[in-house]
Design a protein. Sequence first.
Length: 205
Amino acid sequence: MAQMGRPRTFDRQQAIEQAMFLFWQQGYESTSLSQLKAGLGGGISAPSFYAAFGSKEALFREAAQCYLDTYARVTECLWDDGLAPRQAVELALRQSASMQSEPGHPPGCMVALGCMSAPTAEHAAVAAPLTQSRARTRAGFVRCVGRAIACGELPAEMDAASFAAVFDAFLSGLSIQARDGIGYPVFDVAISQLMRLWDANRVPG
């Protein structure tokens, strides 16, 4: 009679969340298999790890999706047509800044900080969900600027992609500053200053 395999002694979803925090804090390349196993319920064996997740790459994809389904949703307001374009942009920036600097999880944004540095095809495939998320946020900013141009709030001759890049670049920079310990009060004032640029470009009247 075949011997029964060792039953899992950990909660799978909780394990994915713990892996998410590790990848968020350290990035994909710097997070070792031994660190992942140690963090998943106190030293899960290698066979149990592979039975549960298949590989480090597969676990990263699940952890990334967990992040995208939760923390990363702070910028989904960019796609809400019920909000005025300027309101949507400011809300996305403030919600993201608040999330990135709040306690209880690593500082910064996993979408910006959890991807790999080595530009290999393999790593690009693993990081694809994060790359796509950054592209969606960027497109959201462009969409908001485009809506403002279409309704006459911003000048018709304005290049939407270039103006949107100002806000997208600011959002990316928040991740580095949050990781360096800059807190939300600083971000709050900085966002107010940044939104003055939008106001300065408004069409009079």
